[in-house]
Design a protein around this ligand. Structure first.
Ligand code: AMP
Length: 217
């Protein structure tokens, strides 16, 4: 059985892209809490509006809320396939919850892959990142004016994520370093950490993850 994997790293470090590659190469399932939250934010009810506001400010959804939604997703997936966790856990509290939920679901404790990316590179990458408002695909483009850039998957016009604006990135990155970065030493102490250079090309990062985790087809 392939290990469950927590992919974490600063915004723009390629978690979503690498999660997709693990899906196509090894049949992983993904629980991506950022994408889930963006779906909830489309709902016009009170809950959806609250989530939308939190995301647009670059803040974090309260642990209790995200924990409940995460737990529901884990139950839906069942135990047949290995899972990549993208965007969860975001802090120590969530990391402890994930281990409890995994144990309860009779899953092995996940290994944590930290994608390293320098702060300056984060700003550069997010400034050229676009999202399809329709299918939610995130992709990177060359910097420059956004004129009729279309989604490679569904052909709709794309836009920038509202929370990729520089002032919001600042908030999100500060939260990353204060809340999420401590997970590096947490998983290191538990002997479950693999650190990967996130600055390499997509294929090199994928190969490094495969090698670090000993994944074989
Ligand atoms: P992401 O696409 O992973 O950057 O997530 C987008 C937004 O969703 C974040 O800025 C948070 O507002 C929210 N979010 C996603 N995952 C979590 C989490 N594990 N804990 C709290 N908030 C989250």
């Amino acid at each position: 059985m392939k290990p469950d994997i927590i992919l974490f790293g600063p915004q723009g470090s390629g978690k979503g892209t690498q999660a997709e590659k693990l899906v196509s190469a090894f049949g992983y399932r993904v629980i991506g809490t950022g994408g889930l939250m963006r779906e909830y934010a489309k709902h016009r009810d009170k809950f959806g509006k609250t989530i939308k506001r939190i995301i647009e400010r670059g803040e974090l959804v309260p642990d209790e809320t995200i924990g409940r939604i995460f737990s529901e997703e884990l139950t839906k997936i069942g135990t047949a396939d290995p899972i990549v966790f993208d965007g969860f856990p975001r802090n120590l509290n969530q990391a402890r919850l994930l281990d409890q939920l995994a144990t309860r679901a009779e899953r092995p404790l996940p290994l944590a892959v930290y994608l390293q990316l320098p702060r300056g590179e984060v700003f550069k990458r997010l400034a050229s990142r676009y999202v399809c408002a329709d299918c939610g695909t995130l992709f990177q483009s060359l910097p420059g004016p956004l004129k009729k850039l279309v989604c490679p998957k569904c052909g709709r016009e794309v836009e920038m994520r509202k929370d990729d604006r520089p002032e919001i990135i600042e908030t999100r990155l500060n939260l990353f370093y204060s809340q999420t970065y401590p997970l590096v030493s947490h998983y290191q102490k538990l002997g479950r950490l693999k650190e990967i250079n996130g600055q390499a090309t997509i294929d090199h990062v994928h190969a490094a993850i495969v090698a670090a985790l000993g994944l074989a087809k």
